[in-house]
Design a protein around this ligand. Structure first.
Ligand SMILES: Nc1ncnc2c1ncn2[C@@H]1O[C@H](COP(=O)(O)OP(=O)(O)OP(=O)(O)O)[C@@H](O)[C@H]1O
Ligand SMILES: [Mg+2]
Length: 860
């Protein structure tokens, strides 16, 4: 995709290391652009030259590359060697079969995976982060990957910085550069040139991978993709993402089977050679065994099952950005959520504005609040929008913004410095009542006289009053002001100026609870997922919401308490606590980590700038369609509707996916494994090969095909009822019960054939081929459910078709016209009858034993 073409004329030399030391004018000239941005044609040319603005190679590989990658796998390579040897020794059927096995399994693998991944990628793209870019003078929304050097990008609070560049304009912009500098507090950004020595001091530079957390800014893009400062770091981070529990489980299983395979194959090969069997034949037999044993389809099945899961989730309005997160969603047993939007309607309205007493209505407080909300740059928060919707338009008339200190979630205040002809300058602060009060030294008197000093008794009374109103479910903002002296220069304006304020009063907001939330929480609880609320809002508001929704909730912790606890103490407390109030963004993250440390699989759903760290820390990070870019960027899953019910559906889908992967794992570890094991043993006990190498490969190919339908299959209700963890012990237990069971029947088959019927090698192979195909394939209908087979939900038609179809082909090959060419001899009716009886007996035994193999199932 968009490989950089080495086309001729460059539009400017590569930007200097310290691009922030150049005046914007020079950079505009170097990059041949202007404040109106690039033209569409020039942008397309630059995209071709510089490549896409992405740090990692595109995940979607070419079809040809995929095929080549498969052919280079050691196992396939061995098979190709085996085919060549068969051909050289004149064994043409052997050659044809091996070649066919390679061709069909590679084709299956590639086609399935490619299709599934392409569909999942298309979904992912639909929720990709976009940026507002000026092209031909007009701001348009573009995929971040299409940004090129010279572009002018408009950013607002919540935007991810898409590339490296300089600030052209700033309206109180602050960037979170923790990724770059490790500094957790946002840094102000304004135009330069700063001439700074390093990126950490470059107040006029913005870097890809950081985020705007307050205010708004316009930037000129200087470098994109891998050329950005964090490009290589980000690429390395993306590549080194620690594997999830699911991926670790799959890998452990693969490794276990691989070790067993190597051991067995070497053992068989050496034993055969020790018994003086023909070397080439023994080698081919061992290779075929290895192919039969290796879970070569496991990665494909996992990808296809997960991709199919992603499509089904999309139908239920959950878009999956990281495939393995489906599994984490199903395994999640604790869900943390913020309040607004998921538990409330997020239709915030201003209920009233009052004086400090919280009772007498105050138009003046509304005007001050409107001044703060209306003059502030950046995107409007819902609270700001509610204030402006209620305020008369003339509230801000004549006022201009001199400076501002935008809202910060750690500070919980926002302020503006405003000017009006013929009036003193006015500083207006609004924010959480206790944080505003903390900056106040005086309070307006209800009668409207001169402000009086704020004494401790009044302060306590005001706080108690605010708390009481919060307990009615009202979200409160304190409004305070002061008239700064001219000497306080606007350029240095910042949070330090929020001092010596006069409290004017309070604005109270209503955000109605979402009635559907109670049902969704109950559904999640029934599915074994405990819901915890982690909110930046005040404790009484959170408690009132929980009560009005009738949610079961124990305990409440505030950010103040969390700040006093170390990680271990927090883990102990967080476990038993369902409500967290007045928590800062970093504390949200700490709560998630604490719960993870207790062994929980934790999900977090949120939409704000303040939720991004917690979303990133969670096992399943969830955001919603309309959320800020930072939240969506950090999330693994995006809900297309901000609704917990949608999430409950997603959890179900995650568990369905897991259950289907487990079916494949069980098939592979029990019946298939048992069969191959028996064959290895038999090859030593009987004087001829129980199956020729080509027959084994054919057997394995048909078995693989029979399983293609598994990702489509329905699952049982009990598989959806509780979170599952990837449990290697359970897999092992299943293998240790079901593997030997199938071996017992294999040995019985050998005995019957050899001693009962005195079968010839050709007859033995035909009979054994039929028996092993029938047992391996049919057992899926039993182990696809834990309960009695007659009570299970019917298998999906695709699964029935692939399984029974593969079996029919096997019977046709072993018993029909092609039999002789494949080295099978015709079977007498008595042998067929005996085999049918053995298969039925095996299936009955497997049905009985699966209850032992899967612990914790109710008796039939
Ligand atoms: N625009 C604003 N100006 C001033 N103060 C604000 C503003 N927005 C929020 N606050 C204050 O900061 C507190 C935390 O707000 P925020 O909405 O970020 O928390 P949150 O965790 O996202 O809440 P929720 O759980 O409801 O989603 C609010 O309770 C309010 O007191
Ligand atoms: Mg929020």
């Amino acid at each position: 995709m968009g490989a950089p073409a080495g086309s001729g004329s460059a539009s400017g030399p590569t930007p200097p290391e310290r691009f922030w030391s150049l005046p914007p004018r020079d950079l505009f000239a170097r990059l041949a652009t202007s404040p109106a941005g690039l033209g569409a044609e020039e942008a397309a040319r630059r995209l071709a030259r510089h490549g896409r603005n992405a740090v990692a190679e595109s995940q979607r590989r070419h079809l040809a590359a995929r095929v080549l990658r498969r052919l280079a796998e050691p196992l396939v390579a061995i098979l190709l060697v085996a085919a060549a040897l068969s051909g050289l020794t004149g064994d043409w059927p052997g050659f044809a079969i091996i070649a066919a096995v390679v061709a069909v399994s590679v084709a299956l693998d590639v086609a399935q995976e490619h299709r599934a991944e392409a569909a999942a990628a298309a979904l992912r793209e639909s929720v990709a982060v976009r940026a507002t870019v000026r092209r031909d003078g007009q701001p348009i929304a573009l995929p971040v990957e299409e940004i090129v050097p010279g572009d002018v990008v408009e950013l607002a609070a919540g935007s991810l910085v898409p590339a490296d560049g300089i600030v052209l304009e700033s309206r109180g912009a602050q960037a979170d550069e923790a990724l770059l500098t490790g500094e957790p507090y946002p840094v102000p950004k304004r135009p330069g040139p700063s001439g700074a020595a390093g990126p950490a001091d470059a107040y006029d530079a913005l870097f890809a991978g950081t985020a705007i957390v307050a205010g708004a800014a316009t930037m000129l893009v200087v470098a994109t993709g891998r050329a950005t400062r964090l490009g290589d770091v980000a690429a390395a981070l993306a590549a080194r993402r620690p594997p999830t529990a699911f991926e670790r489980g799959l890998r452990a299983l693969g490794l276990l089977l691989l070790r067993l395979t190597i051991f067995l194959v070497l053992f068989v090969l050496l034993a055969h050679l020790a018994f003086d069997r023909p070397a080439l034949e023994s080698f081919l037999f061992a290779v075929a065994l290895a192919v039969g044993l290796t879970p070569e389809l496991l990665p494909m099945v996992a990808t296809v099952t997960l991709s199919r899961g992603a499509l089904r989730m999309a139908a239920r309005r959950v878009v999956v950005k990281r495939l393995a997160a489906i599994h984490d969603l199903g395994a999640m047993d604790v869900l943390c959520t913020d309040k607004t939007g998921t538990l409330t309607e997020a239709r915030i309205v201003l209920r009233d504005c009052t004086g400090p007493d919280g009772a007498s209505p105050s138009p003046r407080v509304l005007s001050l609040a409107a001044l703060n909300a209306g003059l502030a740059g950046g995107i409007r928060t819902p609270l700001d929008a509610a204030i402006l919707a209620a305020a008369p338009p003339e509230a801000t008339a004549g006022w201009t913004l001199l400076a501002e200190a935008p809202f910060g979630a750690e500070r919980r205040r926002s302020s503006v410095l405003a000017a009006h002809a013929g009036r003193p300058r006015l500083l207006v602060v609004k924010g959480a009542p206790e944080t505003v009060l903390a900056a106040c030294t005086a309070v307006e008197s209800p009668a409207g006289g001169a402000p009086r000093p704020l004494d401790e008794a009044t302060r306590a009374a005001l706080l108690a009053r605010a708390e009481a109103r919060g307990a009615e479910g009202l979200r409160l903002l304190g409004i305070a002001w002061r008239e700064p002296a001219e000497a306080e220069i606007a350029a240095d304006f910042g949070p330090e100026n929020e001092r010596d304020l006069v409290l004017a009063g309070f604005c109270a907001f209503l955000d109605p609870p979402k009635p559907s939330a109670a049902g969704a929480v109950a559904r999640l609880a029934a599915a074994g997922v405990r819901v915890k609320i982690v909110s930046g809002d005040a404790a009484p508001v959170v408690r009132h919401l929980v009560e009005s929704l009738g949610l079961p909730a124990r305990g409440l912790m505030t950010g103040e308490e969390i700040a006093r606890l170390d990680a271990r103490a927090l883990a102990a407390r967080a476990e038993a606590c369902d409500l967290f109030a007045r928590v800062s963004p970093d504390q949200k993250r700490r709560v998630i980590l604490a719960l993870k440390a207790r062994g929980h699989t934790v999900g977090y759903i949120g939409d704000g700038i303040n939720d991004a760290p917690a979303i990133g820390a969670a096992d399943a990070g969830i955001s919603v369609e309309g959320a800020t870019d930072v939240a969506r960027g950090a999330a693994d899953l995006i809900l297309l509707a901000p609704d917990l019910g949608v999430l409950a559906d997603g959890v179900e889908e995650g568990r369905r996916t897991h259950a289907n992967v487990m079916k494949y794992v069980r098939m592979g570890t029990s019946s298939n494994f048992g069969n191959m094991l028996s064959m290895a043993a038999a090859s030593l006990a009987i004087p001829f090969l129980p199956l020729t190498p080509a027959q084994i490969l054919l057997n394995n190919l048909l078995y693989d095909i029979s399983e293609i339908g598994i990702p489509f299959d329905a699952v049982e209700r009990e598989d959806l009822a509780a979170p599952h963890a990837w449990d290697m012990h359970a897999v092992l237990r299943f293998t240790l019960v079901m593997g030997p069971l199938s071996s017992v029947f294999d040995l019985a088959t050998f005995a019957v054939l050899l001693w009962g019927f005195g079968a010839s090698p050709g007859e033995f192979r035909a009979a054994w081929f039929v028996e092993s195909m029938a047992t391996q394939i049919l057992v899926i209908f039993l182990i696809r459910s834990g309960g009695p087979v007659w009570r299970a939900r019917p298998p999906h038609p695709v699964l029935a078709a692939t399984s029974l179809g593969a079996l029919a082909v096997a019977l046709f090959l072993a018993l029909g016209p092609p039999a002789q060419a494949l080295g099978f001899a015709p079977l007498p009716g008595a042998v067929l009858g005996a085999i049918a009886a053995l298969v039925v007996l095996y299936l009955a035994a497997a049905e009985a034993m699966k209850r032992v193999a899967v612990p914790g199932l109710p008796p039939a």
